[in-house]
Design a protein around this ligand. Structure first.
Ligand SMILES: Nc1ncnc2c1ncn2[C@@H]1O[C@H](COP(=O)(O)OP(=O)(O)OP(=O)(O)O)[C@@H](O)[C@H]1O
Length: 731
């Protein structure tokens, strides 16, 4: 234990329990476990080119070089089986059937050609012999009709089967990918290499949208290559066997066969008719079920909204701080599942299948009929065999060309599959190793103790530090105001303080423990914040506030109390549907289902964000980054009262105070804070009480305060509203 303490008490990055950084392609990368995996090595190896020092951009085509073929082979060896198992475990029977049908379908063209050849030969034979024995021809036509029927049946069934497997697999891979995105923290998401992995993994997920969509090939499409291979083999077999023997003749005629031929001829027409009736009915039915449509739109909207929350960097800080990941993932999955089982979607797929069956059967039948007159023109031997031979040769060439295209897409798809596998192994960068991890515990009933010394921080991709030599000490329960000019580093400091980013150098201790020994999510669950650019969710008031504490979102009491504490009580009273009123985030992203949205003013949104922060009465630290910028003067004062007096919680009869840190440009309330930190050019230049700072002969804070007070209109308003004596104008 003592050894561990030594390691963590050291202030340098290398010795504080984190792996050393190393330079890769001009970017610093820590040695994370995924970088040691052979899949990562194969994937990143495939991105290197001789012509450029930079790796290929995500989604770029990999050249057919020996090295890349070796990388592709490595990925196939390590991932393809796992991918197949993933699909197989989701649908064991359907995936087996998928394989089976894909092979069967590959043999169909050869069988089709063979059947046609026999019909042509028979017609030719009848004309050559001037015979009227149509029995054999009837039998052949009937066999061909049955073949067509069986082929279409297999097609319809296998397409439906494939749709089910595809939908489920897509859902599953999308779920896994979203899980990764939600799990990763800001430093990981800022890492250019991680971004590239995720970008290619996203393409892999998109490839499940359907055969060759976006010119990508999913493992499902890869299975379809069995069809192509089976097709090539069967055509080859036909060509080979035809060079050895000719088509055999058939005997005996049966009367009923002619009736069956007629039946087969009219079957497609009847099917088309039935289908058009059925289709018309289903459309009508759907029009009369606008409620179902509205429900569908609502689900679509929710599913898109949740995906947007998971992917958009706009929401990332709140998603991390409020631990919204699981909720987003489950809400997305719930909406997606509900969409998948909606009756209309089943109806649609049945309709489409029937339609395609009817249309293609008719087409094929008539195309055969068109070939017959050709046969009647000739009376020389083996016309069927010649036609069959020619068709087989043509189809073989066509299939080989398709196979080449698929192979090229398959080759590119392998690297996307590799990226997806690497993405699954990505971990947040702020996670301490399990053996060094310490669980956060509250030290006192007065909030968090923070001790920062000589801290510096550089944004990923930047060469100069944004923060340097920052010293900051806050005792439990103190209220600290941070002031400074635009761009001086205040928000950046709060990002580091909230463990959204790691620092480069210096020491940062919370409750006397090195902050790097806490899991970031552990610290986050004990803090609460309003960010300068807080999220405005296109969701209900309940959700907008409730995400501050997901487990209490359904409790009217908890949400109402947070709204009262955050100054959103009046807003709640004004909304038509109370907590369940849908708020408009101003981006206008709607699907028509929820047009009864309510737009809020900037100040109202700010109250919603403050209420969200107050959903966490158990938090030890509250951080407000210009939470009052859109509030009027009276409301600002009210907020400060809440912050100082309201950041006290009584849970189970036990009263606890909180540590509060807030950034503001409006200095009217600053002097009432316990301490003030003045930020200038990325560091704290002055730190102390208002009285201490203004008593200094040379004080930037004093100058800032004077400048603010010279425009006293704000203060006059507060004074009038609350009868508070104004702060002194002279020092
Ligand atoms: N994500 C980022 N990546 C790179 N640089 C950033 C990022 N965010 C901020 N910066 C830079 O860091 C510096 C400090 O910005 P910061 O937002 O911390 O200032 P601030 O004091 O909060 O300003 P304001 O009062 O305008 O909110 C600025 O130069 C800014 O351009």
């Amino acid at each position: 234990m003592a050894k561990r303490k030594d390691k963590y008490s050291n202030s340098t990055t290398q010795e504080n329990g984190h792996a050393p950084k190393q330079e890769v392609n001009g970017t610093s990368h820590k040695q994370y476990p995924h970088r040691n995996s052979p899949i990562f090595k194969a994937w990143s190896g495939s991105r290197l080119t001789r012509s450029s020092a930079d790796p290929l951009l995500p989604g770029s085509q990999r050249d057919f070089t020996l090295a890349n073929i070796f990388h592709a082979f490595q990925i196939v060896r390590l991932c393809l089986w796992d991918m197949f198992l993933l699909m197989w475990r989701l649908h064991p029977t359907r995936t087996t059937l998928l394989l089976f049908f894909n092979i069967i379908r590959g043999v169909f063209p050869a069988v089709r050609g063979y059947s046609r050849a026999r019909i042509l030969d028979e017609v030719q034979h009848l004309f050559a012999t001037e015979s009227l024995a149509f029995g054999q021809l009837g039998k052949l036509l009937l066999t061909d009709g049955i073949r067509m029927f069986a082929e279409k049946l297999v097609h319809v069934f296998s397409t439906h089967n494939e749709d089910v497997v595809q939908q489920t697999t897509r859902f599953h891979v999308e779920y896994l990918q979203m899980q990764v995105r939600l799990r990763l923290d800001m430093p990981a998401l800022c890492d250019p290499e991680v971004r590239d992995i995720l970008a290619e993994a996203d393409m892999f997920v998109r490839s499940f949208s359907g055969m060759g969509s976006f010119m990508l090939l999913s493992p499902l499409d890869m299975i379809r290559m069995f069809t192509t291979v089976a097709e090539i083999l069967s055509q080859l077999f036909v060509l080979w066997s035809m060079s050895l023997s000719s088509a055999r003749a058939f005997q005996s005629s049966q009367h009923w066969t002619e009736i069956m031929i007629l039946a087969m001829a009219v079957f497609p027409t009847v099917l088309n008719y039935v289908h058009s009736k059925f289709f018309a009915f289903s459309n009508q039915d759907r029009w009369s079920h606008s409620l179902e449509e509205a429900e569908g739109s609502r689900l679509e909207e929710r599913h898109e909204r949740m995906r947007n929350m998971a992917y958009s960097e706009r929401y990332k800080r709140e998603v991390l701080l409020f631990g919204m990941g699981d909720w987003i993932l489950e809400s997305w999955a719930e909406a997606k599942r509900a969409l998948a089982i909606r009756p209309t979607s089943i109806m649609d797929s049945t309709t489409t299948a029937a339609q395609s069956f009817a249309q293609s059967t008719s087409l094929e039948f008539f195309s055969l009929m068109q070939t017959l007159p050709l046969a009647l023109q000739f009376s020389t031997a083996s016309l069927g065999a010649v036609t069959m031979y020619r068709t087989a040769a043509e189809m073989l060439l066509q299939t080989i060309s398709e196979f080449k295209t698929s192979l090229r897409l398959f080759y590119q798809g392998i690297f996307l599959l590799g990226a997806f596998h690497v993405a699954l192994s990505l971990e947040p960068m702020l996670s301490p190793p399990q053996e060094d991890r310490i669980e956060y515990t509250s030290d006192s009933d007065n909030g968090m103790k923070i001790d920062i010394k000589e801290l510096s921080f550089t944004y990923p991709g930047k060469s100069t530090p944004t923060l340097h030599n920052v010293n900051f000490k806050v005792n439990p329960g103190e209220v600290v105001a941070i002031v400074g000019c635009n761009g001086s580093g205040k928000s950046t400091f709060l990002n580091v303080l909230l463990r959204l980013y790691d620092f480069d150098d210096g020491s940062f201790r919370i409750n006397n423990i090195d902050v790097r020994r806490y899991a970031a999510e552990d610290l986050h669950s004990n803090t609460s914040a309003v960010f300068q650019e807080f999220s405005q969710f296109n969701a209900t008031l309940r959700e907008n506030v409730g995400v501050g504490m997901i487990k209490d979102m359904d409790s009217d009491l908890a949400v109402r109390e947070a709204l009262q504490a955050g100054g959103g009580g009046k807003l709640l009273d004004a909304l038509p549907n109370g907590l369940d009123s849908v708020l408009d985030d101003g981006f206008g992203f709607t699907f028509g289902a929820s047009l009864d949205r309510r737009s809020l003013s900037g100040g109202e949104w700010q109250r919603v964000a403050i209420s969200r922060a107050f959903m966490r009465p158990h938090a030890d630290l509250y951080v407000f980054d210009e939470a009052n910028s859109a509030l009027d003067a009276a409301a600002q004062n009210e907020l400060f009262e809440r912050i100082t007096n309201g950041c006290v919680s009584t849970i189970n009869g036990h009263t606890r105070k909180k540590t509060v840190i807030y950034v503001t440009h409006r200095l009217s309330t600053v002097r009432r804070a316990d301490k003030i930190a003045m930020f200038e050019n990325g560091t704290i230049t002055e730190f102390g009480t208002h009285a201490e700072l203004v008593s200094r002969p040379q004080s930037s804070y004093k100058n800032l305060y004077k400048a603010f007070m010279s425009d006293s209109s704000d203060w006059a308003l507060v004074e009038r509203a609350h009868s508070i004596s104004p702060p002194p104008q002279s020092f």
